[in-house]
Design a binder for this molecule. Structure first.
Ligand code: FAD
Length: 394
């Protein structure tokens, strides 16, 4: 029993490597953890208060190779594949600011992958290479004021003109939407409705592109914007992938985005749990540590179970994904299992902290606000259940 008591809830770093992670990945994890602890976490309060984190964070990440982990060396990447990126996402979640993790994650996990996967060599040179160097920052613009879950309902149009397109419309809730130098943007290229008339354009910030920052419940350090496009001229060579085939591009990246969100939730839950476990051992009430009251001991046991279940599902989805298998079911389950779980975990941890949990100083209230986005962003929990339900033939 005593040995068990000392065990805590070991995370990936404290275990033998669990496939698909290798010892090399675990060594890499140590370095990322050190970076997060020493260079990001100490600034979390300040950046959240400022409702912004400096662009130098991207530059520093670039210097350490973190913006190009999965990309080939010929583009300035590390050639480390998806698994290295997965380690980074899980560790980044420990930085104490969902906004910082979201800003970096939007650049590396949703804005640049479509250029890597679907871009021409010229597009990779113009956008991916400077993005990996931290010189150009990216955003992905799909959601609109009138279309979120129902992607086929987007209304931003790209009208064909000589040499390219003219774009009109708006994008809503776009992460990095204020600071981004380029926006990988979903547009309608046919008048007909439905999935088939969607294309992607890489739109540079410039004349006709107007961003306004939106205040939100959490993720304060990230800039979330409404972006208006007013007669924006986009050259032909900025069409990403084939015209009218943009829906496939959206679907292709969703799996990766959802794995990243699941990994982020697992990392965030683990960090909250560790802090709360320590608090439950130190804080006393009625003459003994609060953690030795059975209700709290059981609550922490439930949280540990929730994290372990979420982590195992997420690693399973990641394994299937990196093996090139059809991982839609597993990835959907991982996202669904971890996002509400992270919010519930934050709320439980807050409760265990009592009044201190409600105070800004202890970070738990921020973790709860940040975690609330999970069941909404990257496909809502309801949409995840739809995908899962349909995969069962229903
Ligand atoms: C902080 C933040 C950052 C974001 N960053 C980005 C970004 O960088 N790029 C980007 O493109 N988007 C981004 N989003 C948008 C996000 O992806 C959408 O908010 C999300 O997909 C949900 O869309 P919606 O808000 O329009 O909700 P809606 O689609 O209007 O849904 C409203 C409610 O109805 C439910 N619902 C909808 N359809 C169904 C159905 N068929 N069955 C059952 N229930 C249903 C939903 O689950 C939800 O509960 C961000 C959002 C936030 C809040």
């Amino acid at each position: 029993m005593n040995a068990l008591r000392e065990k805590g809830l070991p995370d990936a770093a404290a275990r033998r490597p669990i496939p698909p992670f290798t010892q090399e990945h675990e060594d890499f994890r140590e370095g990322v953890r050190r970076f997060v602890e020493t260079e990001l976490r100490p600034h979390a309060h300040e950046w959240e208060d400022a409702r912004w984190f400096p662009n130098e964070v991207f530059e520093r990440c670039a210097e350490l190779g973190y913006l190009g982990l999965k990309y080939e060396e010929e583009y300035g990447g590390q050639g480390g594949g998806y698994v290295a990126d997965a380690v980074f996402a899980e560790e980044l979640a420990r930085c104490g600011s969902g906004g910082v993790a979201a800003g970096i994650g939007a650049h590396t996990s949703i804005a640049t992958p479509p250029i890597w996967k679907f871009g021409t060599e010229d597009q990779k040179q113009r956008y991916l290479v400077p993005a990996i160097r931290g010189e150009k920052l990216g955003a992905l613009g799909i959601t609109e004021p009138d279309a979120g879950s129902d992607v086929a309902g987007i209304k931003t149009t790209a009208r064909r003109v000589d040499g390219g397109y003219v774009v009109n419309g708006s994008k809503m809730f776009i992460t990095n939407g204020v600071r981004a130098d380029f926006i990988v943007t979903a547009v309608k290229t046919t008048a007909e409705g439905g999935h088939h008339g969607i294309s992607f354009l890489v739109i540079d910030r410039g004349p006709g592109v107007e961003s306004s920052k939106i205040e939100k419940m959490g993720w304060h350090a990230s800039d979330t914007a409404l972006i208006a496009f007013d007669d924006v001229a986009v050259p032909e060579e900025n069409l990403l992938g084939e015209e009218n085939q943009g829906f496939y591009l959206i679907m292709a990246n969703f799996q990766w985005e959802r794995i990243m969100m699941a990994l982020g939730a697992v990392g965030a839950m683990q960090a909250m749990f560790e802090r709360t476990l320590a608090y439950a051992k130190e804080r006393t009430a009625f003459g003994r540590p609060i953690g030795s009251h059975q209700v709290i001991r059981h609550k922490l046991a439930e949280i540990a179970l929730r994290i372990e279940a979420g982590r195992d599902l997420t690693y399973h989805g990641l394994r299937r994904f990196v093996d090139g298998a059809d991982a839609v079911q597993e990835v959907t389950m991982a996202k669904l299992a971890t996002q509400r779980a992270a919010f519930d975990t934050a709320d439980d941890c807050l409760q265990i902290h009592g009044g201190a949990g409600y105070m800004v100083e202890y970070d738990i209230e921020r973790a709860a606000r940040d975690a609330r986005l999970g069941p909404i962003g990257g496909g809502t929990d309801e949409i995840m259940k739809e995908i899962l339900g349909r995969s069962l033939g229903l």
